[in-house]
Design a protein around this ligand. Structure first.
Ligand code: LLP
Length: 422
């Protein structure tokens, strides 16, 4: 459930007409709903009521400080993958003790900051990484608390580009080497082994892959304990899908039941890293129709948003439902149309043959489910400024990231002196 609904014939974000924000901020822009963010965080954490669990929001899904702060106030922790994300989480008020640090390519200076502030756990993805971490921690006189991310070799049955738990993927340490790798790491100075971590992919619509991975992890915890490791933490990653096209994913409660069933009596703290589930349906991308042109087969709706603003359709064949801001009348005629952006490549297509009510220049549309992996993946391709972000809370809104000016963008470039005097 979200808080983007039609009222009096137009689409609202909570208690605000989206058209009003568009008139003030300009299009395109991302619009987030506080109530939806809060609701999703609560629904997810309630699946673990009475369980020793830490919900670490995956900051990569949407790293705006205001979004993180909204979740921090509800008690969320954070899963970060870079120094930048770590700084964002800390600045938004997430205590270091609730932060886990994931990613296959951590640099020594990133580890240093994480050790300095005292994060909850490093999710280590390789032997070279644990050696560097050991060196950094020893040099600083600190102890790095770690889990290894293990690769359980299960098929997450999701898009190939966001599947991470197969043996062929770059993630985690290979299943068959886990025992030896834990044994070796236990001997390293500055390293304290405390857990096991797994994350098999994103936008999962089925509980079976989770169940298979979690049961494998359970066996692993028992094996590692029998080998003398003190495993107190199990990080089960993120990945639960959202209903982009109306297909319903498993509920957080049923996902929670699978996790609790697998881990329940191990006496560990469970860590979860949901991203998309928390922010995905809490955001829309609002865009204006520039032109409607007749193509050879169908009409093209040319928007002022493009693939650089929302890359998911181009990159993952991602489906985003499109709503017109004006509610279609009961007798509105729908027609299949191609919805595209102004960028100069055919990949800049949001939807093909999508049934939409007749549209004309200056009409507004909203891409639903754009709160996760939308703004964070935007670029300035075609020298298009990054799209601003707006957060709605009841009947008020704030611009939480402004649209950069073209001057600011051009100022980032430098013309070398040898080109200067012509
Ligand atoms: N934990 C780790 C270690 C991850 O790599 C990810 C996502 C998450 C948690 C959060 O997963 P979520 O709950 O959001 O599924 N850009 C792609 C998705 C990439 C996911 C990357 N890792 C997309 O737009 O579909």
């Amino acid at each position: 459930m979200d808080h983007f609904n039609y009222k009096d014939g137009e689409l609202y974000a909570e208690d605000l007409p989206i058209a009003k924000i568009a008139a003030e901020v300009g299009t395109p822009f991302y619009c987030y709903s506080t109530a939806t963010l809060e609701r999703h965080y609560k629904v997810f954490s309630e699946a673990f009521d009475g369980v020793n669990a830490l919900v670490c929001y995956a900051v990569k899904a949407n790293s705006n400080l205001a979004v993180i702060k909204t979740l921090a106030r509800l008690g969320a922790g954070a899963d970060v993958v870079s120094e930048g994300e770590l700084r964002r989480a800390l600045q938004a008020g997430i205590p270091a003790s609730k932060i886990v640090f994931s990613g296959v390519g951590k640099r020594p200076w990133e580890m240093e900051l994480a050790l300095e502030v005292g994060i909850h756990q490093f999710n280590v993805e390789s032997e070279p990484e644990v050696k560097v971490l050991s060196n950094v921690a020893s040099r600083m006189g600190k102890i790095a608390k770690i889990a290894f991310r293990v690769n359980p070799d299960v098929d997450a049955k999701t898009h190939a580009k966001i599947s991470t738990g197969k043996a062929e993927n770059k993630f985690g340490v290979p299943w068959q080497d886990v025992s030896r790798i834990y044994g070796d790491a236990a001997k390293l100075p500055g390293i304290e082994i405390q857990g096991v971590d797994v994350h098999i992919g994103s936008q999962l619509m089925d509980l079976d892959p989770f169940n298979n991975a979690f049961l494998r992890v359970r066996e692993l915890v028992m094996l590692l304990r029998s080998e003398g490791h003190n495993i107190t933490q199990v990080d089960l990653g993120g990945g639960l899908g959202i209903p982009y096209d109306g297909t319903m994913p498993p509920t957080p409660t049923s996902y929670g039941a699978v996790a609790i069933n697998a881990m329940g009596n191990l006496g560990v703290q469970l860590i979860f890293e949901p991203g998309r589930l928390i922010v995905g349906n809490a955001g829309v991308l609002v865009s204006e129709v520039i032109y409607v042109k007749q193509g050879a087969e169908r009409k093209f709706v040319i928007l002022d948003a493009a693939m650089n603003d929302l890359i998911r359709p181009a990159m993952y064949d991602g489906y985003h439902h499109i709503d017109t801001i004006k509610e279609p009348s009961a007798d509105a005629v729908f027609e299949p149309m191609d919805v595209v952006g102004p960028v100069c490549e055919t990949g800049d297509t949001f939807a093909k043959a999508r049934d939409l009510p007749l549209l004309e220049a200056s009409d507004l549309v909203a891409f639903r489910s754009a709160g996760a992996y939308g703004a964070v993946m935007a670029s300035t391709y075609n020298t298009r400024p990054l799209v601003p972000e707006v957060l709605v809370n009841g009947d008020q809104y704030a611009v939480i990231r402004k649209r950069p000016s073209l001057e600011e963008i051009l100022d980032l470039d430098t013309v070398p002196t040898w080109l200067d005097n012509e």
